[in-house]
Design a protein around this ligand. Structure first.
Ligand code: DON
Length: 319
């Protein structure tokens, strides 16, 4: 099978401009997430896309420098940290299978005795947050996740959006139910409110397409941060994180995303999608309107267009 190939900056810019132009004219834009009040007021008419090659400067189009709530995309960075801290023992507490259920589903968790299917659904990320609290307070752990994002994005200005975090803290009854159930089953060690304080704040980190694409490059570069060749994760672990993104990163639409796009992806209800093109680049597209499964409607279309134009699907180029 032919491998994805590098595309020269000028050509990439033309492709991204063309995608941004095309989505700007689309009238169906999805709906902003309603269940987090602070996200419900985000302007639907925004779209950005940024490609961060592992060995070149980022290329972008549209609102690529606008900050948005990274939400579940933060689960990639918290998983990375948990693997750095506890390695493979993490997998005793969280699985590695797609759930086929919505990201906040309760029913599966009861059947499976409080062991979440994977680290990218809400209960899985809540367990990962608990792992990060084994030797730290939630304030320290939030700072660690933030600092990982800042280092990888090469941007010290990245912050938690406090209004979004407060909004989630006030309205997160469903996540509280998931956390208390796992506590009852013995799969949560720290107090529920400490774990949720970390989880809600990591989800509320605000980043732009450009920052997120740069931050995701280590997963395209066998676990090494291309900025300084430091090892973020071993090559094997980076490969496994991207495998989980392919199988579980778009919730119960992961199969559909693999079918249409063919790239490991992690999406968030803020409307962002981070995709990894192994050996080539990390890419983020963002538009706040979501489809029925909670994935950005226009960002999903943008990725379909991108792989059509670049041949970057890991399953081979479009013909
Ligand atoms: O906990 C929540 O529901 C949100 N903070 C994150 C949801 C999201 O982005 C999709 N989750 N996998």
């Amino acid at each position: 099978m032919p491998r994805p190939s590098v595309i020269e900056t000028g050509e990439l810019q033309v492709i991204l401009d063309d995608i941004a132009d095309r989505v700007a004219g689309m009238s169906e834009r999805g709906k902003v997430a309603q269940y987090i009040p602070e996200l419900a007021s985000v302007d639907l008419n925004q779209f950005g896309i940024a490609v961060a090659p592992i060995d070149g400067a980022p290329v972008s189009a549209g609102n690529a420098n606008t900050l948005f709530s990274i939400q579940s995309i933060s689960k990639v960075f918290s998983l990375t940290e948990a693997l750095q801290h506890v390695g493979a023992t993490l997998w005793q507490r969280v699985g590695r299978e797609p759930s086929g259920d919505p990201f906040n589903s309760i029913v599966q968790l009861e059947h499976e005795r409080g062991i979440p299917r994977n680290p990218f659904i809400n209960p899985g990320a809540i367990v990962v947050a608990d792992v990060l609290l084994e030797d730290r307070s939630s304030d320290e752990a939030v700072n660690d996740v933030l600092n990982l994002c800042r280092t990888l994005a090469e941007d010290a200005s990245i912050q938690v959006d406090k209004a979004v975090a407060d909004s989630e803290m006030r309205t997160g009854s469903r996540n509280r139910a998931l956390a208390h159930f796992m506590k009852a089953e013995g799969n949560l060690k720290a107090p529920v409110e400490d774990v949720l304080s970390l989880y809600f704040r990591q989800c509320s980190i605000a980043m732009s397409c450009r920052q997120l694409a740069v931050a995701g490059r280590y997963l395209a570069a066998a676990g090494q941060n291309p900025a300084d060749a430091s090892t973020v994760l071993s090559a094997q672990r980076a490969r496994r994180v991207t495998a989980l993104m392919m199988m579980c990163g778009s919730y119960d639409a992961s199969g559909e995303f693999a079918f249409r796009v063919g790239l490991p992806a992690k999406s968030g209800v803020g409307g962002g999608i981070l995709c990894i093109v192994p050996g080539i680049a990390a890419v983020t597209a963002w538009s706040p309107g979501l489809d029925a499964k909670g994935n950005s409607h226009l960002a999903s279309i943008a990725f379909q267009e991108l792989v059509r134009a670049t041949g970057w699907s890991v399953f081979g180029p479009s013909v």
